[in-house]
Write a protein that binds this ligand. Structure first.
Ligand code: UDX
Length: 491
């Protein structure tokens, strides 16, 4: 194999079953396949494999050498509704059950690695790249002598705080609203309002604590950690993981999907953006699985109308309703809102799913009101678009903290889906961020600087310059190849 063809080297990837994980894993798979020439095998449950296949742009389906392999999974066996294999079809309280159910994939994943090894005449895959929630794959990698890396699809800063909070539960040891992180003193204090609903009530014996106490420490045993981030933007978080694990931590981002599949809303959105002045439109989206409450939707609508700014808003039913059901504008928005604002081309409502990357890369987009899922953040900053943060769950609160306190590219407007928001206050933040002067100008300038830093990190030019993320990816593959070589020499 050492002298064999590159495509005979197999990189096996196992993402967690949420869009925020599948999308960057698929983008990373493409990047590896295109820049390294290795065969990439993405492994997942049947419905997610179907989803991944169908998200490939039609012109690449026949040419890509990415292989997709299904692991058997029956959601009903785990107390989940039938055909529930992705967080995007589950209400929030069932997500932990899906996470717990993933532990059942271990035997079939092991069989798969064994099969690949047999097919390749005793040579195992070059490496396994697994999601942060799948540390159990390390045992299998060790058994077959395969290099193992965790791919953290979040920011290092956000995941470091998430890790620290869940493993130490500092808020359960104080009555104070603000508290410090025991093993991460480099960050300022955390406020109780920055805890997700499950973390707020966690006491170590709840199902989230039990699951996360089991899986989070497993990272430390991986051969290294890949992070979808940029060294210069995320030093504090990277330092946390480097000092904890003593293993290499490679910031290889941004791994942003460049795949664009035709969607019915795409042309409509782009045509709509084309008729607006540069940087005049606010794009609003709460990501792939989050939504806000009915009263928050109403206040946000009133703020958008009151602020007199142009906007594209990806609307979803409010909390408490099936997130995939029809959006009832008559019920959840001010009377006549959609008609009024679409007639004068002030606002465009997109149901369920928008072509986000195309919107963020359009010159008319001037700000992104976002839940701060990390993919959204990277997509926005790669295009120099400043952020109005409304974090809702998970590590989104800490991504917002990183953006506001450390990078200066964002203003936080609200926290969570339970807080009271007032349209006048939302409108005033929108005005501030869209303002050509003052704070608006400052954060736009910072966002442009960050865009340039990102460009530099992924630069790989003919003169031999390699940006930090390109170098990190080289180092990762060098480490995997060197382990392969050592194993072969000792055979
Ligand atoms: C989840 C977690 O909740 C979050 O904490 C973590 O940081 C990432 O995964 P998610 O809602 O999936 O969040 O957010 P995000 O990371 O922003 O990923 C969403 C992806 O879906 C982005 O690539 C975005 O471009 C895409 N998307 C989302 C669309 O293309 N259209 C949409 O309408 C919504």
């Amino acid at each position: 194999m050492a002298e064999g063809r590159k495509e005979n080297e197999n990189v096996v990837m196992l993402p967690f079953m949420g869009q925020g994980h599948l999308i960057p894993f698929l983008a990373l798979a493409f990047q590896i396949q295109q820049t390294r020439g290795y065969t990439v095998t993405i492994v997942n449950t049947p419905l997610n494999i179907k989803k991944l296949r169908s998200s490939l742009p039609t012109n690449t389906t026949n040419t890509t050498t990415i292989r997709f392999i299904e692991l058997p999974f029956c959601s009903a066996d785990h107390g989940l509704p039938p055909d529930s294999e992705n967080t995007d079809v589950l209400p929030y309280h069932l997500i932990i059950r899906l996470m717990e159910a993933t532990l059942s994939l271990k035997p079939s994943f092991k069989r798969l690695i064994s099969d690949i090894t047999h097919q390749q005449h005793g040579y195992p895959p070059l490496c396994i790249i697994a999601d942060m929630f799948f540390g159990w794959t390390i045992d299998i990698a060790n058994e077959f002598g395969v290099f193992h890396a965790v791919f953290n699809t979040g920011s290092a800063y956000g995941m470091a705080i998430f890790n620290s909070l869940w493993l130490h539960l500092p808020h359960s040891k104080t009555n104070s609203d603000e508290f410090s992180l025991l093993d991460f003193p480099q960050v300022s204090r955390i406020h109780r309002s920055q805890l997700s609903n499950y973390l707020k009530i966690a006491d170590g014996n709840d199902s989230w604590s039990i699951f996360l106490h089991r899986v989070l420490p497993q990272w430390l045993n991986s051969d290294g950690v890949l992070v979808n981030t940029v060294e210069d933007l995320d030093r504090t978080g990277l330092h946390y993981f480097r000092s904890k694990s003593g293993r290499p931590v490679w910031p290889i981002g941004p791994i942003v999907s460049s795949m664009t599949r035709a969607r019915p809303s795409k042309e409509a959105c782009l045509e709509w953006l084309d008729v607006h002045p540069p940087a005049s439109v606010i794009y609003i989206s709460f990501g792939s699985q989050n939504t806000v409450s009915a009263s928050q939707i109403m206040e946000l609508a009133m703020a958008l109308e009151g602020s007199n700014k142009n906007f594209i808003w990806v609307v979803r039913p409010p909390l408490g309703f099936d997130v995939n059901s029809e959006f009832r504008a008559v019920e959840w928005l001010p009377e006549g809102f959609e008609d009024r604002l679409s007639k004068c081309k002030r606002g465009l409502l997109v149901r369920k799913w928008a072509p986000q990357l195309e919107i963020l890369s359009h010159k008319s987009t001037g700000a992104f009101l976002s839940h701060c899922g990390w993919n959204s953040v990277l997509e926005s900053l790669s295009h120099g678009v400043p952020i109005i943060a409304w974090p809702i769950a998970g590590e989104q609160f800490y991504n917002a903290k990183l953006l506001e306190e450390e990078m200066g590219v964002c203003v936080e407007v609200a926290r969570g889906s339970g807080c009271e928001v007032r349209h006048v206050e939302i409108a005033s933040v929108i005005d501030m961020v869209m303002d050509e002067n003052g704070k608006g100008r400052d954060i736009r300038r910072k966002a442009c600087e960050v865009k340039e830093m990102i460009k530099d990190a992924i630069r790989d030019d003919d003169e031999g310059y390699k940006g930090s993320s390109v170098k990190a990816m080289d180092e990762f593959f060098n480490a995997a190849l060197s382990m392969r070589k050592t194993k072969e020499e000792t055979k």
